[in-house]
Design a binder for this molecule. Structure first.
Ligand SMILES: C[S@@+](CC[C@H](N)C(=O)[O-])C[C@H]1O[C@@H](n2cnc3c(N)ncnc32)[C@H](O)[C@@H]1O
Length: 298
């Protein structure tokens, strides 16, 4: 059985040697799991900006736990009103890249999100994006409680997570994605286009998908284990997967308009899409005027 220490070593080595290596101008290997086509850009931008909506606009310190290289321009917005951004990551390569982006605005800490090396109530805002699922399952709760502990009274945290294959919406839409993928392949064959996945998937021809360890708890687990955190909420960050975007959203098939409709629906039913969609945002706040410690992790 793989231990927690081995998992973290594997994840660290992956991000040091593969994930945060640049494969193009400002483009990381890791970004190949994202849909970077222009047709999806507006939707992705608006989803990124949802995070900023729930953070305090200003403060002294923002903690970015599992910062990576701060790879998207929208990420810079989160700490615009803060004196500094504390980037914590298990990968030194991530932090080197983050420093090349925000230089003196940042402080850079190599560390483990499940054992935060900061005193309590140190941050006005906390973000942790697409990172908790890289931790061993037993570390998810202590990691999130650690983020809570590190918040100042009145501070707020935004954690972006993924339900992975458990997302009911993505399960429901899987036949549609498979059909669309098959039609794309057929079209490419008929038009003698090399099955160049780069145009549809972002991968280079012949390139194998490389990844590292992930584990996702279900919605009910979060509600049961962490629902006692003050102002705990699960809302939508983005309800569809990269696979669905690449297979089903195309410029000539009014892709941008479909995504505008989807975003509109997500805004109207944020909790439903947060529960059923692919990527939820987990929100909590430390009440003002106190340093409340809800029950600690087992
Ligand atoms: C998928 S990337 C996300 C990076 C960034 N938050 C983003 O959204 O682009 C996950 C990041 O979490 C970091 N990470 C994984 N396990 C960690 C741990 N136990 N402690 C701190 N950082 C960790 C990885 O090194 C990597 O930079």
């Amino acid at each position: 059985m793989t231990t927690g220490v081995e998992i973290k070593r594997e994840v660290r080595e992956f991000y040091n040697s593969i994930g945060w290596q640049q494969v193009g101008q400002g483009l990381y290997q890791n970004a190949r799991y994202e849909d970077l086509r222009p047709v999806s850009q507006e939707y992705l931008h608006r989803c990124h900006m949802r995070v900023a909506r729930f953070l305090p606009k200003q403060g002294v310190s923002l903690l970015d736990a599992g910062s990576g290289p701060i790879q998207y321009p929208e990420y810079l917005e989160y700490s615009r009103g803060y004196a500094r951004r504390i980037c914590l990551d298990i990968s030194i390569q991530a932090l080197r890249e983050a420093r090349s982006r925000i230089a003196g605005h940042g402080r850079y800490v190599v560390g483990d999100l499940a054992r935060l090396p900061f005193c309590s109530a140190a941050f006005d805002g906390v973000v942790s994006l697409h990172t908790i699922h890289h931790l061993p399952p037993q570390d998810h709760e202590p990691a999130i409680r650690g983020l809570y502990r590190s918040l100042r009274p009145g501070g707020r945290a935004v954690v972006v997570y993924s339900w992975g294959k458990r997302s009911p919406l993505m399960r429901l839409l899987r036949p549609l994605v498979w059909t669309a993928q098959a039609l794309i392949q057929l079209y490419q064959k008929l038009t003698h286009r090399s099955s160049d996945p780069a145009s549809e998937t972002g991968n280079q021809p012949g390139e194998a998908r490389q990844g590292t360890y992930t584990f996702r708890h279900p919605y009910g687990w979060f509600r049961n284990r962490l629902g006692d955190l003050p102002e705990f909420e699960i809302r939508v960050w983005r309800s569809v997967s990269t696979g669905l975007l690449r297979a089903c959203i195309h410029r000539r098939l009014f892709g941008a308009s479909w995504l505008r409709l989807l975003y509109w629906l997500e805004e109207r039913m944020p909790h439903l899409f947060g529960r059923w969609g692919q990527y939820p945002m987990i929100l909590f706040r430390k009440p003002s005027g106190q340093n409340v410690a809800p029950r600690s992790a087992d």
